[in-house]
Design a protein around this ligand. Structure first.
Ligand SMILES: *Cc1c(COP(=O)(O)O)cnc(C)c1O
Length: 297
């Protein structure tokens, strides 16, 4: 897994490893960027996979790292993982609704995501899961089951012996919460009304590129502010993570006070994510104005 993954993933893997009677310090291998770099290089990820070889059981990474905004090469990681016999899964909390995803074609084994970021379902909203079609008819796969994953035709017979539904449904634990499902449906309808991922992604690349241009034009020394998100649009979604070396918290609070809603991550990162569904180029222009004023002080 990537070092500094979102805590959900850290804790999930830590406790899974314990469930199997292993020691997290031995069993979990974390990838960290090279000295002086902020993001992982695909070549280093793949080299590590090859180095671990058949001792590697499972690879779980974010599709987009929540902190740096880096998009990982999910197809390449999956291919490398499969070559050494590992399962490969992704946490797509920051990717769902943000970048185009082709999980089936990339041959990803499984993935999960919350829907309250780029899919706008609200915190605590319903989650999504992907299980590759090749496992659709594998009731023999051991899982920690719940009654809602049972074959729907016989679910209400309440019998002993778990028989999973076909596909990802067989991993459901319990009833979806109807109120959050209703909100999620509305969020998905808005995405669809905007034309779906393709036009949103086209606008997103321009919108985030424009923000990057305005920040780069400030010409600040790296000792003051760095964009740690990859500069290659293919390796990022909406988000730019700004590493602010001095008084970052002050800048963040100033942004919030003038109506620029970003978010702060300890120790000194501001995440700004112009979202194509509802942010405009004028919004980004105004963020640029606020930053220019701050930079000139
Ligand atoms: C936000 C986020 C989560 C949290 O999802 P919950 O539905 O709140 O558990 C998980 N993983 C990543 C990478 C996130 O950014």
């Amino acid at each position: 897994m990537e070092g500094g993954a979102f805590p959900s993933d850290q804790y999930a893997l830590e406790t899974q490893v314990k469930l199997h009677g292993l020691d997290p310090d031995d069993a979990i291998v974390e990838l960290v960027p090279r000295a002086g770099e902020h993001t992982l290089r695909t070549e280093d990820i793949i080299a590590k996979i090859n180095e671990l070889g058949e001792s590697l059981c499972t690879i779980i990474m974010g599709g987009i790292n929540y902190y740096t905004g880096q998009v990982y090469d999910m197809a390449a990681i999956t291919q490398a993982g499969h070559a050494v016999g590992a399962m490969v899964g992704f946490d797509l909390a920051h990717a769902a609704g943000n970048i185009p995803l082709h999980l089936h074609d990339w041959d990803v084994d499984f993935a999960c995501w919350c829907t309250y970021k780029y899919l706008n379902s609200g915190p605590g909203g319903v989650a999504g899961a992907f299980v590759h079609e090749r496992y659709a008819d594998r009731p023999d796969l051991l899982r920690l089951a719940g009654w809602w994953g049972h074959d729907a035709a016989a679910r209400f017979q309440m019998r002993k012996g778990f028989q999973p539904s076909r596909g990802a449904e067989g991993w459901q634990l319990s009833n979806g919460a109807v109120l959050t499902l209703a909100v999620h449906e509305a969020g998905l309808a808005m995405h669809e009304a905007a034309g779906g991922m393709e036009p949103l992604r086209r606008k997103s690349e321009l919108l985030t590129g424009y923000l990057e241009f305005l920040i780069t034009r400030l010409d600040l020394p790296a000792s003051r502010l760095e964009i740690i998100t990859p500069r290659d649009p293919a390796q990022r979604g909406c988000q730019l993570s700004l590493l602010v070396h001095q008084n970052g918290r002050d800048l963040f609070e100033h942004l919030m006070a003038v109506g620029v809603i970003g978010d702060w991550r300890e120790p000194n990162v501001i995440r700004l994510a112009p979202v194509p569904l509802y942010n405009t180029f004028e919004d980004v222009y105004r963020v640029g104005e606020v930053l220019a004023q701050w930079a000139s002080q």
